[in-house]
Design a protein around this ligand. Sequence first.
Ligand code: NAD
Length: 264
Amino acid sequence: MAEGLLTGKTGAILGVANDHSIAWACARACANAGAQLVFNYLGDPLEKRVKKLLSKHMPDAPAYPCDVSKDEDITQFFENVRNHFDRLDFVIHSLAYADREDLHRDFLGTQRANFAMALDISVYSLVAVAREAAPMMTQGGSIVTMTYFGAEKVVPNYNVMGVAKAALEASARYLASDLGPSGIRVNCISAGPVRTLSASAIAGARAIGKYVEAVSPLGRNIDAAEIGATALYLVSDWASGMTGEVLHVDAGCNIMGMGLAGVE
Ligand code: NAD
């Protein structure tokens, strides 16, 4: 249905760890729609895995190292992107990090260094990436990042990551304002729970999935491909009038003021 929607477009995908990654679902959707892609990976352990995945499914797509906690890595990554593409049309920023301990105890116990690290990797990276990508978006562009409902309301154990996602959503709005005059749009996808490496670090992740099934209007969890389809929409010209938005792809769970599952 979306075949050819991104023909002639180029995109950078940040955040593939394996084939369960939300970034991978986004990449599949964009590649199927005709986009040419470049990927990052985090360090040696992931290099092999990401390159293996690409050689199987997208043999023409290059991948370069980029640890977003390092300015020099981000600069070098976009230097590599420039060597491949004259122009960049979109970036999908699908990464985050918090110390596992902080997703297993009270938020009150979050220490300064861990708080700073979670916000540096999960939020500041969007600003740094947008700053490097924007000059390459000479015909306008689209930047998409991944957030979660824990930015809006308290979700057990999400803790510092909820605070980071709130800051991420606000950052996306400020970036949308700065970059709008250049025709660059910045939007967030608020995804429902998906079983990934990162999600498994959150205590009680399984229970959250069960809650969504019980409470959401659609009565089920979402599939990563549904996030990919929304990312495709956001980076395409179909979303040309939208910026600074948060789109929920969560089977409608966020609209429920009260779920009585398990209480009656
Ligand atoms: P994932 O583990 O597959 O992906 C997380 C990625 O972050 C990995 O590729 C990892 O290498 C990368 N990363 C971590 N630290 C990094 C660093 N310093 N530099 C570069 N990359 C780094 O998990 P995922 O669930 O696909 O997560 C993708 C995004 O989606 C995250 O922002 C996450 O918070 C968000 N999200 C996930 C869910 C879910 O339920 N899985 C729900 C809503 C939002």
